[in-house]
Design a protein around this ligand. Structure first.
Ligand SMILES: [Zn+2]
Length: 205
């Protein structure tokens, strides 16, 4: 699949059909293990109608959200489970649910190097980069003052890089020089300290 951005730039994405086939296989296996061999249908759903789709021979239906009720209505009308069995299956699906753990973005885009990632704290008011830390608060050129703007920046760091953060890397990413201030920021963002002295690292809970 190729994504064409508004400025005409093209980028290759993975095939949504391959991803869907894998989900279908895993869910069918999951049902089979529970002796519930009900039919499973797959469709690729694009969130926004602005996502133009060109597919020569699509192996599964391609839908936008407003097509979903119509698509569901046109599936086989034969009930395969009675109400009790359906409730029971719904309970099992909920019990097997695990929260999605996002893989760090840098592992998905290995061609992007650390130096390409823009550093700095983003202003919650104007969205500009590079708030300055002084007098125990973040200050933006737009005159916005925030005591907590680093929290979102640190969350972004973990979404991008994942793993463990050091005091030095934190200072580089937030643009602060004071290592004690950096430590207070990481603690106020709910990060957990591990290790001692210069080997100390910070982790998400
Ligand atoms: Zn601002």
């Amino acid at each position: 699949m190729v994504r064409v951005t508004k400025d005409g730039h093209e980028e290759a994405l993975g095939s949504p059909f391959a991803q869907l086939d894998s989900h279908l296989m895993l869910f069918r296996d999951w049902l089979h293990e529970r002796n519930t061999p009900i039919p499973v249908y797959g469709a690729v759903v694009f969130a926004y109608p602005s996502q133009m789709v060109e597919a020569a021979a699509a192996p599964h239906p391609i839908l936008f959200p407003n097509n979903i009720p119509y698509y569901l209505r046109n599936l086989s009308a034969q009930p395969v489970l009675d109400e009790h069995e359906l409730d029971d299956l719904a309970r099992q699906v909920l019990a097997a649910h695990r929260p999605y753990v996002q893989r760090p973005l840098c592992t998905m885009y290995p061609q992007v190097s650390r130096a390409d990632i823009r550093t700095g704290v983003i202003c919650p008011e104007c969205g500009g980069f590079g708030m300055r830390w002084r007098d125990r608060a973040w200050h933006c050129v737009c005159e916005c003052v925030s005591r907590s703007a680093h929290i979102e920046a640190l969350q972004d760091w973990f979404l991008i890089f994942g793993g463990e953060l050091t005091n030095e890397e934190c200072r580089r990413f937030l643009g602060v020089e004071d290592r004690h201030a950096a430590r207070r920021m990481m603690k106020s963002a709910g990060l957990i300290e591990k290790g001692k002295g210069r080997w100390k690292t910070y982790h998400q809970q």
